[in-house]
Design a protein around this ligand. Structure first.
Ligand code: PRP
Ligand code: URA
Length: 242
């Protein structure tokens, strides 16, 4: 991990005096303007505390991860443009609002990214979903592309790219390159992520600077095996097989 200490904040409702708020480690801030970190609320920190715990069993890991994923999807959708839209209410009055007008699709980086598909479907009912299978080599940490299957008209869509872990950034960068190869401009890709390392964020922003990132937390760093620290271990294993 790099030497910069993680910020600790007193968390809890505003009606509580500072002295009664427990101190928790919150996400680091980052320099990259295209990276949006979820608001570090008491709920988000409590959910992350659950899934980081090595003693949290699989059913709870899935349940609490799903709650964070839902927050990421809802926030991610806020980063898509909207157009004016006025409706008439049942009492005959107009309400001036907005609606989303583009087409979207999800693309999950398998295996772990598939865990985020359900949260996306809960918000976008019949969303099309593409898949990219990229696996990190356990020795070298280098990503390898095995398979991709994407909607035929993906170049006309906004793409919500899904992967809960951004460690070195290699897998996510490779996935973005696949999408760019299909004609999707970086500006129309939104990467949704649970936990990122500062190294991964930097690498990603250097290689694909126009992709927007929405993440729940930027952690301390990487260990010698390129696992995120403190992190939560292997997300795919904990969600699917442990
Ligand atoms: C994990 C994770 C990311 C990648 C992050 O997947 O889900 O895809 O590693 O690491 P990186 O930023 O250094 O590339 P993994 O390859 O372990 O496969 P899995 O999804 O099957 O667990
Ligand atoms: N993949 C994971 O699931 N966890 C890490 O910490 C790094 C890569």
């Amino acid at each position: 991990p790099n030497g910069c200490p993680s910020p600790a904040l007193g968390l809890g409702p505003s009606y509580r005096p500072e002295s009664e708020k427990p101190t928790a480690t919150v996400s680091r801030a980052v320099d990259q303007s295209n990276v949006h970190i979820l608001s570090q609320t008491p709920q988000l920190i409590a959910l992350l505390t659950m899934i980081r715990d090595k003693d949290t069993q699989r059913a709870d890991f899935i349940f609490y991860s799903n709650r964070i994923i839902r927050l990421l999807v809802e926030e991610g959708l806020n980063h898509l443009p909207v157009v004016p839209h006025t409706v008439t209410s049942p009492v005959g009055k107009d309400y001036t609002g907005v609606k989303f007008e583009g087409k979207i699709c999800g693309v999950s980086i398998m295996r772990a990214g598939e865990s985020m598909e359900q949260g996306l479907r809960e918000c976008c009912r019949s969303v099309r979903i593409g898949k990219i299978l990229i696996q990190r080599n356990e020795e070298t940490s280098l990503p390898k592309l095995f398979y991709e299957k994407l909607p035929a008209d993906i170049a006309d869509r906004w793409v919500l790219l899904l992967d809960p872990m951004l460690a070195t950034g290699g897998s996510a960068i490779m996935a973005v390159e696949v999408l760019k190869g299909k004609g999707v401009p970086e500006e129309r890709i939104l990467f949704l992520n649970l936990i990122a390392s500062p190294e991964g964020i930097k690498n990603f922003a250097e290689k694909v600077p126009k992709v927007r990132v929405v993440t729940a937390f930027v952690d301390q760093g990487l260990d010698e095996k390129n696992y995120i620290v403190p992190g939560l271990g292997d997300f795919g294993d904990r969600f699917y097989t442990f």
